[in-house]
Design a protein around this ligand. Sequence first.
Ligand code: T46
Length: 134
Amino acid sequence: MSLIKTVDLQVLGDERGSLVSIESYKNISFEIKRVYYLFDTKSSVSRGFHAHKELKQLVVVVRGSCKFIVDDGLSQESIVLNDPSKGLLIESFLWREMHDFSDDCVIMVLASEHYDENDYIRNYDDFIKYVGSL
Ligand code: T46
């Protein structure tokens, strides 16, 4: 089974432009408790490098592009996100990295939980131990 789980978001466009609506339990399977967005990302840097114990997230690159790597401790897959009508679903216990941001990249993330630093596993060796003990 692929580690890359994408969600196709319906574009409600008309002559004025495009609109995408995301609703809990309609096009995503969890209640949205937090929204954050990343912008002014530098093409020379990478972000992420952590996993979450509980958090589920839907990631939408609303402008520009970037590469996501997801890793379950056994294998690694990547996807270039560059389409505001496609979401990447990242569930718990997946290591994620973000690379190759375009200059105009804007990433919106819908999260199932409030921010909690204790939910992060920020060390790859710890992550491997965690998934090995599940
Ligand atoms: C993820 C990827 C895709 C907060 O105070 N509240 C928040 O809601 C978030 C997300 C972050 N922060 C603080 C924690 C750090 O001091 O903002 C700073 C930057 O966060 P971080 O280094 O975790 O950023 P990224 O881009 O590496 O990771 C973020 C999310 O943290 C993470 O859950 O999956 O985006």
